[in-house]
Design a protein around this ligand. Structure first.
Ligand SMILES: [Zn+2]
Length: 245
């Protein structure tokens, strides 16, 4: 392990999706965002695969709040440890805390670190079922919930552990796609015929081609590059709220 220990990227089936936020406008749901998580067995499996089942161990401290993953360094003949703290999930508190701190310690070893590079996953309301809960928040806005079982269809991770392609399925149907399909031609602007390239937004985040296409299709009913999108925004009133870039 004096050489750097490198864990493989997660596979699509090792990633779980959970609803992060449900958006609404005038009391009607417009869509939701999803967050990627690694599932419970994934750290265990990847550790077994990479260093061997006998060469790693986990300890818990502070009633499971902290977890240490120790990996045997055969060159130095010693255990190397990385530790992290979990947060309690409301549901299955004990188990939740232990697996959360374990997963976090796994992140410290680099397992699943690519999840931090996930694109923003937005699913529009007509592509999922968002239900009213009958409750309202303190501003009087209705509280919505979504119990759909979203899964990751495809995930491609670059060598530098950045997610370059991600698709989300619901009942087998693709409801979100980010990045070009491997071997697929780049996205082409319908107006000027040039490839659609990502741009850096004012807040420093990247607006990816797949998101630009999604936005321009919703606002102008065709896929546009950023230059043509700017032109269109001046000439045609967009149907969605304008984004700044
Ligand atoms: Zn164009």
């Amino acid at each position: 392990m004096s050489k750097e220990l490198i864990f493989r990227a997660l596979r699509a089936d090792e990633v779980e999706l959970r609803v992060k936020q449900i958006y609404q406008k005038n009391g009607k749901p417009t869509g939701l965002s999803l967050l990627c998580y690694k599932n419970a067995r994934c750290d265990q499996n990847i550790l077994d695969e990479t260093v061997g089942p006998l060469n790693w161990q986990r300890h818990h401290l502070r009633d499971n709040a902290n977890c240490i993953i120790a990996i045997w360094d055969d060159e130095k003949k010693q255990w190397v440890e990385k530790e992290d703290t979990g947060t309690e999930s409301n549901t299955e508190a004990e188990k939740g805390l232990a697996s959360d701190s374990f997963k976090r310690a796994g992140f410290n070893w680099g397992i699943g670190r690519e999840l931090y590079t996930s694109p923003k996953i937005f699913i529009s309301a007509d592509n999922c079922s968002i239900k009213e809960t009958g409750k309202t928040d303190r501003n009087g806005s209705p509280i919505f919930a979504c119990y759909d079982n979203f899964t990751v269809g495809e995930m491609t991770v670059s060598e530098s552990k950045v997610i370059t392609r991600l698709t989300v399925l619901l009942k087998g149907r693709e409801v979100f796609a980010f990045g070009d399909k491997p071997g697929e031609n780049p996205l082409i602007c319908n107006d000027c015929g040039q490839p659609i390239k990502g741009v850096k937004k004012r807040d420093g985040t990247i607006w990816y081609p797949a998101d630009i296409v999604q936005y321009s299709k919703a606002a102008f009913q065709r896929q546009l590059c950023v230059a043509c999108l700017k032109k269109a925004q001046k000439q045609e009133p967009p149907k969605e709220d304008s984004v700044t870039f």
